[in-house]
Write a new protein. Structure first.
Length: 376
């Protein structure tokens, strides 16, 4: 094991990376709070500023994937589709099977210049998660309780508010509503059978309300839907902790572009279109499992230096005073100060671990275990 590889496995290094992310995130959140004064004066300036502030935070996670772990991301698509990336407003449909599927998506948004303006239809619980939810609030992310009767007006209002967004945005939808588990899949397929819908092998039954509403509200703003099917070579199941330990993965993403005008305007027909799409996604996963590749040309968009430079900037700004402070505490010889400092380190460690836990499958929500049995 080389020295760099050894460093990647050390807890103290992970703690320092977490410290930089958390403290820089709190600073960014405070700056975002201050930018609220811009909203009534110049809404579009507010949005552009917050896109760049969000980029400064999220790109640190992308840096871990691209530069720290060296994970490779390969696109399977066609040249015409790839040439549209970062040049139009789009809705992204992504399978929700892995702990870091969102991070692979962010990597692609970063490489095509839309990371800061990327959006998602997110569960409302995340709004109260420090850094993640707070940053999304200032980005006008649409939050929902995943109970359509309560969410309808909120979701429609949030989507319509994005109709004049000044930066090209990729709006992510996890149409399955929750991350794939065997229990949720079994229940989901029971619902599919009761509704006379074809069963899926690798996906949960898509929940159509969010998709049809997003298409309806963003029609005229969004140009296309990108269907993205993600898998990892070697049947790997990567985690954020694995990335933090420097483990390298190889992600393959099959991307298909559907012009929005090809998607039916009628809600029922659009829902049927989505169900058909998921049958195709299932076939793509089956092909990948058998052949190890997706159909289409292979593209490897080069990683950009900005994520690494941004992290190095924050590390320089924040770690220098931390080291100076820590040295002063131990040099003082005061047991009280030393214990307080170690307590602070322990609290920071706990906080970082809790943030990582948000992405873990086994700690995911139980949503889907019963909700699939209810009407959409």
């Amino acid at each position: 094991m080389g020295f760099i590889a050894f460093l990647k496995t050390q807890f103290i290094v992970h703690l320092l990376i977490g410290f930089v992310f958390v403290v820089s995130g709190l600073i960014i959140n405070f700056i975002q709070l201050c930018t609220l004064v811009l909203w009534p004066v110049n809404k579009q300036l507010y949005r552009r500023v917050n896109c760049r502030l969000a980029y400064s935070l999220w790109s640190q996670l992308v840096m871990l994937l691209e530069w720290w772990s060296g994970t490779e991301c390969t696109l399977f698509s066609d040249e015409a589709t790839v040439n549209t990336f970062g040049k139009e407003h789009v809705i992204i449909i992504l399978n929700h099977n892995f702990e870091i599927d969102f991070l692979c998506g962010w990597t692609m948004t970063e490489r095509f210049g839309v990371l800061g303006s990327s959006k998602v239809l997110a569960k409302r619980e995340l709004l109260y998660v420090p850094l993640i939810g707070w940053t999304w609030y200032f980005l006008e992310i649409v939050f929902c309780k995943r109970k359509w009767e309560e969410d309808r007006d909120t979701v429609i209002e949030g989507l319509k508010r994005l109709s004049d967004y000044p930066e090209y945005m990729w709006f992510l939808l996890y149409c399955e509503g929750t991350r794939f588990t065997e229990t949720k899949h079994r229940i989901s397929m029971e619902v599919a059978e009761s509704k006379g819908l074809p069963k899926l092998k690798y996906h949960l039954l898509p929940r159509t309300k969010g998709f049809t509403t997003a298409v309806q509200c963003l029609r005229g703003t969004v140009s296309a839907v990108y269907d993205v099917t993600l898998n990892f070579r070697g049947n790997k199941n990567p985690s954020l902790l694995g990335i933090l330990y420097g483990k390298k993965y190889e992600a393959d993403m099959c991307v298909r572009r559907f012009p929005l005008e090809d998607i039916p305007q009628d809600e029922k027909e659009a829902a049927n279109w989505l169900h058909k799409l998921y049958q195709e996604k299932d076939a793509l996963q089956e092909m990948y499992n058998q052949e190890g590749v997706f159909p289409g040309q292979q593209f490897k968009p080069p990683r950009r230096p900005w994520t690494l430079l941004n992290f190095l900037f924050w590390a320089t700004v924040l770690l220098s005073p931390l080291f100076t402070f820590g040295f002063g505490v131990f040099a003082s010889g005061s047991p009280l100060l030393i214990l307080a400092f170690l307590g602070l380190v322990g609290a920071a460690s706990f906080g970082v671990r809790r943030l990582i836990g948000v992405t873990e499958i086994e700690k995911g929500s139980s949503y889907g275990n019963q909700e699939f049995k209810k009407k959409e």
